[in-house]
Design a protein around this ligand. Structure first.
Ligand code: ADP
Length: 214
């Protein structure tokens, strides 16, 4: 096993962790009896659980639960999940949409950011709440002003691929000081053309945090 690799525990290993967590320290014989298994059958599972650090083995005492290590392993499991498993539906508008209609769309879909696409349907830009507020303060004719004038546009958009890890998405959002990232599929890297297939927001990361705690 490489340093930093995450091992996904099997159902039996999770069960062992639960038993030791509740009633530990327990010897391998006691754990085997609880699961109606032989010690020999249990040995590989116990080796994996001690190797990963979920359990600590002490001679003449038995196996105890290593709470801190277990929590960090669980957290790591979440943070390394692919973005595509958590991404939300993106709200996409054409870059020729008026600022007025974009504001309506923002309310209708109850989101903070809209993604814009060009005539070919490729990612063109991002319009956030502040972008819209700024144009409202400019007192312009919102029904006639296209969002393409006020949006942040390609190639300055920070995005992420569906197979990237969630921790990557969190880092990118923090580094770019933005609330969301479009999840994109590359159409042509040399032409900078991408199709928007989802969105990851700070709310997504908060939701994962809550699920980790549960
Ligand atoms: P808000 O405007 O509601 O605070 P953000 O913090 O996400 O929302 O946006 C701040 C600025 O960054 C806006 O001008 C917006 O167009 C731009 N922006 C938002 N998301 C991205 C992104 N993924 N890549 C590049 N720029 C972005």
């Amino acid at each position: 096993m490489k340093c930093g690799d995450t091992i996904k525990l099997t159902n039996r290993q999770e069960e062992i962790v639960q038993i030791v967590k509740t009633d530990g320290p327990l010897t391998s014989l006691q754990i085997a009896k609880r699961l109606s298994l032989t010690r020999a059958t249990l040995r590989p599972d116990l080796s994996i659980l001690t190797m990963t650090g979920s359990l600590v083995a002490k001679p003449r005492v038995g196996y105890s639960f290593n709470e801190q290590k277990h929590i960090s392993l669980q957290a790591e499991k979440y943070l390394k999940q692919p973005v595509c498993e958590w991404m939300a539906r993106p709200v996409v508008i054409n870059e020729s949409t008026s600022v007025y209609d974009a504001i309506v769309q923002l309310f209708l879909d109850d989101v903070g950011t809209l993604y814009t696409v060009n005539q070919s349907g490729h990612l063109a830009g991002v319009v956030s709440r502040k972008d819209l507020l700024r144009s409202v303060m400019g007192n312009q004719k919102l029904g006639e002003l296209p969002v393409s004038i006020i949006m942040t546009r390609m190639p300055n958009i920070v995005f992420i691929g569906p197979d990237s890890q969630l921790i990557e998405a969190a880092k990118k959002m923090l580094e770019a000081h933005v609330d969301s990232l479009p999840v994109v599929q590359c159409i042509d890297h040399t032409q900078n053309t991408y199709k928007v297939i989802g969105r990851i927001t700070k709310t997504t990361i908060t939701r994962i945090f809550r699920e980790m705690a549960d």
